[in-house]
Design a protein. Structure first.
Length: 76
């Protein structure tokens, strides 16, 4: 009997938490750029730092994340 009361509450909590996770994050990248969550990039370590302050393994990963104005980082 208690299970019957818990399931609707659990379903509602699941729906609300899934909705909270899908909130769009504003990016300072080109609005026409579409992020690639599974890029096919070479495993070459050639770090770059971009305007968003992040350091990427190489420019391919930076482009996949729609990062802009990237430059070589760390004297490599």
């Amino acid at each position: 009997m208690k299970r019957a009361r818990i399931l609707p509450k659990l379903a509602l909590a699941l729906v609300l938490s899934a909705g909270a996770l899908t909130v769009a994050v504003q990016s300072d990248a080109d609005p026409g750029c579409k992020k690639d969550n599974n890029p096919i990039c070479p495993a070459i370590y050639s770090p770059v730092i971009c305007d968003n302050g992040r350091v990427y393994t190489n420019s391919c990963f930076a482009q996949a994340d729609c990062a802009t104005n990237c430059q070589a980082y760390g004297g490599v």
